[in-house]
Design a protein around this ligand. Structure first.
Ligand code: 13P
Length: 287
């Protein structure tokens, strides 16, 4: 069932758990995430970056694939199809393409411009019944060529953006996309607490979910994080399992070169990663 993400995240906030956003890259990825969420009776958010959207032949193709697959697999849990780190134009395109949720990442603009563009996109998204996420304080690391420095967002700016009618807020709290460096200081819970206090209970989003230790994840959820994004960890699991298959020479045995066989271990590895995260985030059985 494709829905926007507003209700599922309010329920997560009230129930003190988080819904996972798992980024998708192709049909196998989508199938792995949807079937695992269904198996665990968990709500789920499929994240699509602008780069992944382009790779999958455009947002209309992605929306058509996800809607058809949701129906063909008989998925009963709530599923949101969400643009991840969208530009102003990307957001507009996804609203037209039939996504059910968008993220406008205006964190690299001056706050006044972030406010102006977010305000406009809130009106467009809500008119089309989509949920909308906005960002304050860029998330560190690199994602699809977008490089962020890993800021800690100002509670005042978070308050300003949260008051624009957005459904959930991504705020930098020292989190980074990709693998955390050995000298990473960890999440800034002091900042998270202040942001939570300043934003009137709006569901908060934690980007860069890959590699954050379980105790930090649990603490973040207790301080108002209701959505956690995971991308790199599924990619690493997929790559390692595929490497294992090829290094074991399985592609050379019988019809092991058949893509349905070649991609199976990687797909199973994505499923295992998604299951582990859903269990950790506490959203199993909450659909
Ligand atoms: P990771 O790739 O670090 O898991 O981050 C994903 C993310 O935040 C997508 O927006």
């Amino acid at each position: 069932m494709l829905v926007n993400a507003a209700e599922m995240l309010k329920k997560a906030r009230d129930g003190k758990y988080a819904v996972g956003q798992f980024n998708i890259n192709n049909l196998e990825w989508t199938k792995a995430v949807l079937s695992t969420a269904e198996e665990l009776k968990s709500p789920v958010i499929l994240g699509v970056s602008e780069g992944a959207g382009k790779y999958m032949a455009g947002y209309t193709t992605v929306a058509a694939m996800v809607k058809a697959m949701d129906a063909s697999l008989g998925i009963t849990v709530p599923v949101a199809l969400h643009l991840d780190h969208g530009s102003y134009d990307g957001c507009k395109k996804c609203i037209e393409a039939g996504f059910t949720s968008i993220m406008f990442d205006g964190s690299h603009f001056e706050i006044s411009e972030n406010v102006a563009k977010t305000t406009e996109l809130v009106a467009l998204a809500h008119a089309a019944k989509l949920s909308i996420e906005a960002e304050v304080g860029s998330i560190g690391g690199e994602e699809d060529g977008v490089i962020g420095e890993g800021e800690v967002a100002s509670p005042e700016e978070c308050k300003k953006i949260a008051s624009l009618g957005i459904d959930f807020l991504a705020a930098g709290i020292g989190n980074i996309h990709g693998i955390y460096p050995p000298n990473w200081k960890g999440l800034n819970f002091d900042a998270l607490g202040k942001i939570h206090d300043a934003t009137d209970g709006i569901p908060l989003v934690l980007h860069g979910g890959t590699g954050i230790p379980s105790d930090m994840i649990k603490k973040a959820i207790s301080l108002g994080v209701s959505k956690i994004n995971v991308n790199t960890e599924c990619q690493l699991a997929f790559a390692a399992a595929t490497r294992g298959y090829i290094e074991a020479g399985k592609d050379k045995e019988s019809k092991g070169f058949d893509p349905r066989k070649l991609l199976a271990p990687g797909t199973d590895a994505i499923k295992a990663t998604v299951k582990e995260k859903i269990d950790l985030f506490g959203s199993a059985g909450k659909a």
